[in-house]
Design a protein around this ligand. Structure first.
Ligand code: ADP
Length: 486
């Protein structure tokens, strides 16, 4: 059998078309890394109304058909819009009824029908286009039904011979609703709603759970998270299910696209830099950031950045509790994020009482994110749980020292600084406690203010660390080969 492997990526978001978090980054970067390793990759995602016009105008219509979906056999339009970027083919599934909302995710009541449709339509499109992949790589609950449809409704169709991988990017989101609603929209037979496929409890059905049961392989985005999700605390109710399926579960850590995230070529930065110029140029980026955000402009201040969805997952209760304590006359804090109103409100408050020292930028802003990665000294990621986390990887690539809690991918990617040996990439803490977080921040400040030589060495070590997709893409490729040759 040839080593040339055909892979279909199916997921609900993909940078640059639409991105709300790390899933969008992975859907962009991993296919690009795979095509460099002799894969042919097509990415399937919804044709959301909110995809910017500048991308839509380059898409071409590839055909359309009608597809049945629900229990009563209602039929829906499936259109295919296509574009090719750097060798990766992107096929967008078009249906105005489902994808004309302002945001990709609007609430489970609407999202469940939307992603039932999407999962089934993606398989129907593969048959329609007569492009039959060796492996279908599905991402998160929104594509969770793909393995289920593949082994049921599509088993005797051409695409039925493909194998499936389902990646868990975040187990917290699962696609759960009442059994009648799920039965109606999936149109799948009753026996699937008995334990242990869809059935969550006597009343509810779970799309992700069904996908995990039917996928040939399950991956998640770090080795530590692969272990954690088999425990009650991290398992979000699926720990037993995942333990049961653990022989097909594997952790493969995410990387980042090192061309997309490259301080030497980043057109969004006031000053670009590589390892030889980082120590000086980062100061210039810091001053530009301070000026832009209304902070006191002084390159000697210690600037701590935080770029995040504002949700309890990200450890923001800890941050709130120690906010005033982490500030001092030589420390500034910059927050970029949107989300839970209680965090948006508290961070706005801390900005208002610490004018010139704190900026809470409550927005999703790609350009500012780049400028914060470059202009900060440290990046805070104190998550309660973190499947992989990309911000700490991007920070290291930009020579910004991560301060992280040792959970999930944060544990797997940031080696704690060891003052004895002068090794490590950042500052870490283990227990989810305010004193632990504050301790890690204080240790970082101590090094920054009292031993700048060693701090700068860590900056350069972080920039030199391999955070690319190359190794991990290779592991996915091995997995695809294993499935293809089984
Ligand atoms: P998650 O997927 O849980 O949100 P990750 O760390 O895996 O977290 O990925 C977050 C991605 O989203 C990173 O690329 C980060 O830079 C980006 N991001 C998060 N919040 C914002 C924001 N407010 N503005 C711009 N980019 C953001």
């Amino acid at each position: 059998m040839s080593d040339f492997t055909k892979v279909a990526f199916i997921g609900s978001e993909c940078y640059p078309f639409i991105k709300t978090g790390g899933l969008g980054d992975v859907m962009y970067a991993l296919p690009r890394a795979l095509i460099r390793q002799d894969c042919e990759v097509r990415v399937f995602m919804p044709y959301y109304k909110c995809i910017p016009e500048k991308y839509k105008k380059d898409m071409v219509y590839r055909g359309s058909f009608m597809m049945d979906l629900c229990l009563d056999g209602r039929t829906f339009y499936v259109g295919i819009m296509e574009t090719v970027v750097d060798g990766v083919i992107y096929d967008f599934i078009d249906n105005r009824e489902f994808f004309d909302w302002g945001n990709p995710y609007t609430g489970l009541w609407e999202d469940i029908p939307k992603y039932c449709y999407f999962s089934k339509a993606a398989l129907a499109v593969l048959n329609y286009m007569e492009w039959i992949p060796d492996v279908i790589h599905c991402h998160d609950w929104q594509a969770g039904l793909v393995p289920v449809y593949l082994r049921t409704r599509f088993a005797d169709t051409p695409v039925g011979r493909a194998r499936t991988v389902l990646t868990i990017h975040n187990l917290r989101f699962q696609g759960i609703c009442g059994i009648p609603h799920m039965k109606y929209w999936t149109g799948l037979p009753d026996y699937l709603f008995d334990y242990p496929v869809f059935k969550q409890n006597d009343d509810d059905a779970n799309m992700f759970k069904a996908g995990l049961a039917y996928a040939d392989r399950i991956t998640t985005v770090s080795a530590t998270y692969a272990q954690e999700i088999q425990t009650t605390f991290f398992g979000e109710g699926l720990n037993d299910h995942l333990s049961y399926h653990s022989t097909k579960l594997k952790g493969i850590v995410n990387g980042i696209d090192v061309e997309q995230w490259d301080p030497a070529r980043d057109s969004l930065l006031p000053e670009r830099y590589d390892a030889s110029s980082a120590i000086a140029q980062k100061k210039a980026d810091k001053r530009a950031l301070q000026e832009k955000l209304g902070l006191e402009v002084d390159e000697n201040k210690y600037v701590i950045g935080l770029i995040s969805r504002l949700t309890d997952q990200k450890g923001l209760d800890l941050v709130n509790a120690i906010f005033q304590d982490m500030l001092d006359d030589n420390t500034q804090v910059v927050i970029l994020g949107t989300g839970d109103p209680r965090y948006e409100g508290s961070f706005r408050y801390y900005e208002s009482v610490n004018k010139g020292k704190v900026c809470a930028y409550i927005q999703y802003n790609e350009a500012l994110a780049h400028q914060i990665y470059a202009g900060s000294d440290a990046l805070l990621v104190p998550s309660l749980f973190e499947p992989c986390g990309l911000t700490q990887l991007i920070a290291m690539r930009y020579g910004t020292v991560p301060i992280v809690r040792e959970t999930g991918g944060l544990k797997d990617t940031v080696k704690a600084y060891n003052p004895e040996t002068n090794e490590g990439n950042g500052f870490t803490f283990v227990d989810y406690m305010t004193s632990e977080l504050l301790g890690a921040i204080d240790r970082s400040k101590d090094l920054y203010f009292n031993d700048r030589g060693r701090w700068d060495e860590m900056v350069l070590r972080d920039m030199a660390k391999d955070v690319s997709w190359e190794n991990s893409a290779k592991q996915y490729l091995d997995l695809y080969h294993e499935l293809k040759n089984a």
